[in-house]
Design a protein around this ligand. Structure first.
Ligand code: ZN
Length: 263
């Protein structure tokens, strides 16, 4: 019988070996990482949509039909938008976000793909970030994909227009019915095709297209390292599953890697 602590210790060694032995490590993160920063979830107990109701499934089509009205809803923070913006504006990165940023800083992690829309990876210092569902603190031009902090865009005339190309601007967060921004999707596909080791943290592995990324890495011979307290639908195909919260396990993984690098 192996003590749980001993097993995690051994798994951390194996995970450090995989990350240090890979040429192009990509992290894929999901809601679990944000929940540890006390970001209110959308769904489930205490979820923002659980309280206010789910947004319409054709939200993007409604936006295109009347962008001015949708912008007014956003500015007035109608319905769930008030709770959502308050959750994102008060959230702080946790130790897991900072560990991922430092893994990039020391050259081990090459890029990060996240399903989260709360800006916390950027706030922690991660630079090469693909936000597959957008970033709710940014606005994006629907024509040229240029992005700006939402508070930098004047809203005296609605909808606001892109300073570069005069296209209609929309919150960067991907609405139901909205295609993932082409530039982000392209970047994810490039990262995944180059990736030979993917570090999964706080992602259930059920929401596509992100759920397909680990499968592609696996199929092309890459390794998978998972960090999750409970295990997920992807655990069975991972080379190493580190059981624990990302805010606790990722800093330990970082320390182990730094010790190896200095040794
Ligand atoms: Zn534009």
């Amino acid at each position: 019988m192996v003590e749980p602590g001993e097993e995690l210790d051994r798994n951390l060694d194996q995970a450090a070996d995989l990350l240090l032995g890979a040429r192009y490590v990509v992290a894929l993160t999901g809601a679990g990482v944000s929940v540890e920063s006390s970001v209110r979830p959308f769904r489930g107990p205490g979820g923002i949509w659980t309280e206010h109701g789910e947004p319409p499934m054709d939200g993007y089509q409604r936006f295109l039909a009347d962008p001015r009205r949708e912008w007014q809803r956003m500015i007035n923070r109608e319905g769930y938008l008030k709770d959502m913006f308050e959750a994102f504006e008060t959230a702080k990165p946790n130790a897991g976000h900072y560990a991922l940023a430092e893994l990039e800083e020391i050259g081990v992690l090459k890029s990060l793909i996240t399903q989260n829309v709360d800006n916390l990876h950027r706030a922690a210092g991660s630079r090469n970030v693909a936000e597959i569902h957008g970033n709710c603190l940014l606005v994006r031009c629907l024509e040229c994909n240029a992005r700006f902090p939402k508070d930098d865009i004047p809203v005296d005339e609605l909808p606001p227009r892109c300073p570069g190309c005069n296209g209609i601007m929309k919150n960067d967060g991907v609405y139901f019915g909205e295609p993932i921004a082409a530039d982000v999707l392209h970047k994810c596909q490039e990262d995944v095709s180059t990736c030979d080791c993917m570090l999964l943290a706080g992602t259930s592995g059920f929401v596509y297209p992100a759920a397909g990324f680990p499968l592609t890495v696996r199929r092309t011979g890459g390794s998978l390292v998972e960090v999750d307290p409970y295990g997920t639908g992807l655990t069975h195909m991972c080379d190493v599953a580190l059981k624990g919260k990302s805010g606790e396990v990722l800093p330990r993984l970082l320390e182990r890697i730094k010790t190896r690098m200095s040794g």
